[in-house]
Structure formats: C-alpha cells, structure tokens
Design a protein around this ligand. Structure first.
Ligand code: G3P
Length: 226
C-alpha cells in the first residue's frame, strides 16, 4: 500500500512499477482527458485494461462518467468487469448535492461485491459516512482542502480515529497532492495511501546532497584506481 500513482500514463506507471514502489493507480476523467484517452467507453476500457494487466493484483481506480443513478450503477458493473483489480470510483454526491450516489456505493459494495473508491471528499465527516456505507476506499482531496484554507492533516487525523474506533474497513486515500512534503505528512497523519502524480516520486527520491555525495564516492574511487 502507501503509494498509488494518480495517472493513466502507462509509460510512467511501468517505469515506477519496475522499482517496486507502486501499489495501485487512481484515475479520474480529468486525468484521462489530459492524457488524451479518446474512443468513448471502448477507448477508456482499452486504456484502463492496459493498466490493470500491468499492475495486477494491485488496485486500479476508474471513475464513472455519469450522474444519472441508473446509468451509474450500470456503468459501475460494466467497469468492474474490466479486471479483477478494478475499483470503481464514485463521487460522494452529485454536482448539486444529489444523494443517490451513497445508495449506489452501498449497493455495489454489499450486493454486487464491487470495490468502490468514494471520491471528491473534502472532510472527515464525508469520508466517515462513505466508510459506513461500505466503501473500500475513501478519498479525501487533501490538497484542495488546504487550498480552501483548512488543514487537511487535522481531517485525516479525525478520520483515522473514527475508522479505527468503529472498526471500519475503508482505506484512506489522501489525494490531490501539491507538495512533496504532503506524501509523508499525510501518511504520518493516518492516511493508508497517498496518491501522487509520477513526478512526485522523483521529487521524493532525488536529493542534491545525495548527488554530491555519490559524485564524491565516484571521484575518490577513480583517484584510488579502483
Ligand atoms: O483523483 C483526485 C485527484 O486526482 C485530484 O487532484 O490535483 O485535481 O486536485 P487535483
């Protein structure tokens, strides 16, 4: 667990997966649009299946593309058939605060054995309700929370406490990373997973003083003729 990649870029996923540090992938319609995935539902399925096959058994989240409740349920079932490691992503409510999504999340998890990642959440209380409904993953968009002037670390801590106290199985995904620092601070606050854009991995790994130190070792090895 710990690190998921928030991308659909297969080259980047392959690159970091080979290092053994990727334990899942999350996508959303915005990410897929930026990546230029076209071809309707067939195009989406092809792109997602490339990722599911590469990453299996690690989970790959794909988001429903409709706000119509019946269509959402139908799409979620269809997407779940794209791979054993598919997790269907559903926003906690609709764009006008419509509440149908929660019923669908509950039904998918409890009646259809489909893993759901509930997304677009900005608070511990939203995530807590999604966890009660049975969500396998609850995504708090922590960077967006911070952007609104609230401290996402406090929300993650509260959520960790509530999930543990009521023995809820949901895994907390802290998403919407803005700074390299977010990864460890959100994990330390109690998130099970932080999902990051691929460039964050390089930012976490590469350190200027490490570069200098490695160069020193190489220079001295050369001087010693080893
Ligand atoms: O999946 C949610 C996450 O990707 C949102 O990130 O950067 O658009 O806030 P961002």
């Amino acid at each position: 667990m710990a690190i998921f990649l928030d991308t659909s870029n297969i080259t980047e996923i392959r690159k970091y997966n080979k290092m053994g540090i990727v334990f899942g992938v999350t996508t959303n319609p915005t990410i897929l649009h930026k990546e230029g995935i076209k071809g309707g539902m067939g195009g989406l399925k092809a792109a997602i299946q490339e990722v599911t096959q590469l990453l299996a058994p690690h989970p790959v989240s794909v988001e429903v593309t409709t706000n119509d409740p019946k269509e959402m349920l139908k799409q979620a079932k269809e997407m779940a058939g794209w791979g054993d490691n598919i997790v269907v992503k559903i926003t906690v409510h609709g764009p006008k605060g419509e509440l149908d999504n929660m019923e669908i999340i509950h039904e998918l998890e409890t009646k259809h054995n489909i893993r759901v990642n509930v997304t677009a959440m900005m608070s511990a209380q939203q995530c807590f309700l999604a966890a009660l409904a049975g969500a396998s993953y609850v995504s708090i968009l922590s960077g967006r929370v911070n952007n609104m002037g609230y401290n996402s670390i406090e929300e993650i801590k509260k959520l960790r406490f509530l999930l543990d106290r009521y023995q809820l199985k949901s895994k907390i995904i802290a998403a919407s990373t803005r700074e390299i620092l977010n990864v460890t601070e959100w994990l330390c606050a109690g998130a099970d997973i932080v999902t990051v854009a691929p460039n964050f991995i390089e930012g976490m790994l590469v350190h200027p003083y490490t570069k200098e130190t490695v160069q020193m070792f190489l220079n001295d090895a050369a001087k010693a003729g080893h």
